[in-house]
Design a protein around this ligand. Structure first.
Ligand code: CTP
Length: 400
């Protein structure tokens, strides 16, 4: 992963139990190529010491306003210069109150005031503190000041209570931060997509399905949302968490997927079929479990609707994108599907490169030809698809 390659992030850690998650977040960012400068408040250092962050970042940790290590004595200004973002995680109720009022009485609050990069905060506090009118006022003020508020989550709290106020997990903060750094190439676009396999029931406990993991579709949904699109994700049965910012509709069979897609279609700018829709379904659905007999059995199958072809054939069709997973002759089959189904673009890959794994090598086929993207993590492939799609949506409309 090199999602943060060449980027410097300033991470402020204030005094909350969730500071331990900040250590994990630093580890994830450093692994993804980021340079991370950690700034600890006095209370933050009570929870996780500077030695931990120094070891994880390989860089010195900043704590004092009067730190003499910076040549010009201007740590409070220089640390955010050239940084991609300043993230405060955890951000206590007290620190958010300071931020909302522009206090600058320690290194971190002074950095926030003197910054020239985006500021994001990840609140972490007891649910009553989060719901307190004073905190509500401060959060509203911070939002109005264009400070990004990440979370908080609902759940069990360190104090034993359950409610809103718990800091997001490190992996969630990582995704949120990455998303906030993306260019909003698809702002204002509404994108409808399918993902995952479908399950065609034979009886109450059995059915026909395939090995699609849904990972590529979910990575794309995440990338579209991060690029500013409004995403509706119609998903077959998968075990993946819903991408932040996407509206998810769960379905099982191809017929249910088609119904959900048609219901959501009005007003969409783009439709993308990533789902591995079963081409056939059993002709009969047995109400009760099929019992084993002494001989073999024959399954009779009937074709499922082709959701993508049906959407693309409509007079009011949005810009349509298909996926083609082939085992050979990728260019021939993928381009063939693009023309046959009248699609604006087809994302083609060889099954041996992508199925079920975390990386993929795809080629984008559009009216201008074939555009290969390098083998990369599915999240990175998804960003490549986003920028190509954004260019196609800007170009004058036309399928061929
Ligand atoms: N698709 C769909 N509905 C179907 C079948 C496929 O929407 N019933 C969409 C997929 O989401 C994907 C594309 O169509 O975007 C795949 O095209 P298709 O020709 O159906 O692929 P395969 O089923 O793999 O075709 P073949 O078995 O002929 O290779």
């Amino acid at each position: 992963m090199s999602e943060f390659q060449g980027r410097r992030i300033v991470l402020g850690v204030t005094g909350g139990v969730a500071a331990y998650k900040a250590a994990e977040l630093v580890r994830l960012m450093v692994k993804a190529g980021a340079e991370v400068d950690v700034v600890l408040t006095a209370a933050g250092a009570q929870f996780v010491g500077p030695a931990t962050f120094q070891a994880l970042t390989g860089r010195q940790v900043w704590q004092a306003l009067w730190d003499e290590r910076m040549d010009n004595g201007m740590a409070h200004i220089d640390l955010t210069r050239g940084a991609a973002a300043l993230l405060v995680a955890p951000a206590t109720a007290d620190f958010m109150a300071k931020l909302a009022h522009g206090f600058a009485d320690d290194l971190l609050s002074t950095l926030c005031l003197a910054r020239d990069c985006p500021l994001l905060v990840a609140p972490a506090m007891n649910r009553q503190m989060w719901e307190n009118p004073a905190t509500r006022r401060n959060v509203a003020q911070l939002r109005a000041d264009t400070v990004g508020i990440l979370g908080p989550a609902h759940g069990e709290q360190a104090c034993g209570e359950v409610g809103e106020g718990r800091m997001l997990e490190a992996a969630e903060l990582y995704d949120e931060l990455l998303a906030s750094l993306q260019e909003k190439l698809l702002r204002g676009k509404r994108i409808l997509m399918t993902a995952g396999p479908t399950f065609e029931a034979l009886d109450p406990v059995r059915g026909l399905t395939n090995l699609s993991s849904g990972k590529m579709g979910f990575a794309l949904a995440r990338a579209f949302a991060a690029a500013g699109a409004e995403v509706t994700l119609v998903s077959g049965p998968v075990t993946l968490p819903t991408p932040r910012g996407a509206h998810r509709i769960d379905v099982r069979s191809a017929a249910q997927m088609r119904d959900a897609v048609l219901a959501e279609l009005p007003g969409q700018h783009v439709f993308i079929g990533v789902a591995a829709v079963a081409d056939y379904r059993p002709r009969e659905l047995s109400e009760h479990k099929i019992k084993k007999g002494s001989g073999g059995i024959t399954l009779e199958l009937e074709p499922n609707p082709d959701i993508l072809a049906e959407v693309a054939a409509r007079a009011d069709a949005p810009f349509c994108v298909g996926f083609a997973a082939e085992s050979r002759d990728l260019a021939k089959y993928a381009e063939g599907k693009r023309v046959a189904k009248k699609l604006g673009m087809v994302v083609g890959n060889l099954v041996q490169d992508g199925l079920g794994g975390d990386s993929n090598a795809v080629t984008l086929f559009d009216a201008t030809g074939a555009h290969p993207l390098p083998l990369a993590a599915k999240a990175e492939v998804a960003r490549g698809i986003v920028s190509h799609l954004a260019k196609l949506l800007e170009a004058p409309r036309g399928h061929d």
